[in-house]
Write a protein that binds this ligand. Structure first.
Ligand code: NAP
Length: 285
């Protein structure tokens, strides 16, 4: 039976520390950090993610302003808002909630955000910083996964890590962060042949493919550490579930995360941390 790594508990303790740090910093700098969120349309998932971010930000003492636009807003209006926020010295972080409607060019919009305010770590300059090992803002979800592993003192160096998924926001930066910690990393994707033969070699298995309960016990090595990034709707229950068949995989893994209560809370926590880092950075300029 495996040990469940609770992202909820870990996020709570990090948020407690962060709120204290924010109090101290606000006394020094005369204001608290401020995060601006751009939300377009009424996608249920996006609305709920933004609500969660608003609640978490307020709890740690970060001001949060959400600019909620109708689905048919013109790209130029979003562009103008971002330019305005870039120039507003009271704004430390800008988050564009994805996905954006099809008529808005997501890459173009993300590229407009001032990299020093890009708390999601999606701007090409921050992406390049990660790949070149330079100082920048790291993407929240993979950063959260590394924090989860470190919280249990799980050795990454020298381990065989397998990342299932290669998206720009999760799989690729995840693989790079594990590589930077000296794991031997394999990245799998939808064209990978005989996925199970590769996942079975993993000491550390990161599931970020977005397919409900796809990773089954027969795909996992006895004693592996299994981190489930997935956030899917269970087709049977309609409830939130991960990419891993938790009930059966937890009988084989040494450590495992659950959905909900695993990576999700850590992603939000890292967003708050990134906002605080961006805030401190602005006073160093
Ligand atoms: P994405 O952009 O859809 O990428 C999915 C990746 O998985 C792609 O690289 C795809 O391969 C690969 N894949 C799909 N089916 C596969 C299969 N059968 N075998 C092997 N690889 C397969 O998704 P994402 O944005 O990275 O998100 C992944 C999951 O994490 C989703 O469930 C999402 O909701 C969740 N998520 C959770 C958090 C959190 O905070 N908990 C944050 C972000 C995302 P190709 O490249 O070949 O298409």
């Amino acid at each position: 039976m495996s040990i469940v790594i609770s992202g909820t508990k870990l996020a709570l303790s990090i948020r407690e520390r962060l709120s204290k740090d924010i109090l101290v910093a606000a006394k020094i700098h005369g204001r608290v950090p401020k995060l601006a969120v751009i939300l377009v349309g009424n996608d249920m998932g996006s609305l709920s993610y933004v609500k969660g971010k608003e609640k978490a930000a307020k709890e740690v003492g970060i001001l949060i302003d959400t600019y909620h636009y109708q689905e048919d807003i013109k790209e130029i209006d979003v562009e103008n808002k971002i330019r305005e926020l870039n120039n507003d010295n009271s704004v430390d972080g800008i988050l564009v909630q994805l996905p954006l409607p099809k008529h808005i060019n997501t890459d173009y919009i993300i590229n407009l955000v001032d990299p020093s305010k890009d708390v999601d770590g999606f701007h090409p300059r921050n992406v390049a910083s990660l790949y070149l090992k330079q100082t920048g803002i790291s993407p929240c979800t993979p950063k959260g996964v590394i924090t989860l592993l470190d919280s249990k003192n799980i050795t990454i160096e020298g381990k065989r890590a397998v990342v299932v998924g290669r998206s720009n926001i999760v799989g690729m930066p995840m693989a790079k962060m594990l590589l930077d910690r000296n794991a031997t990393v394999t990245i799998c994707h939808s064209r990978t042949k005989d996925l199970a033969s590769i996942t079975k070699e993993a000491d550390i298995l990161i599931a970020c493919l977005g397919k409900a309960k796809y990773i089954t016990a027969d795909m996992v090595k006895e004693g592996a550490v299994v981190i489930d990034v997935g956030a899917n709707k269970d087709p049977l229950t309609n409830k939130l579930c991960g990419d891993v068949d938790f009930d059966n995989v937890s009988l084989k893994a040494s450590y495992i995360t659950k959905v909900p209560g695993g990576v999700g809370p850590m992603t939000i926590c890292c967003l708050l941390e990134n906002t605080f880092i961006a805030y401190l950075g602005h006073f160093k300029k």
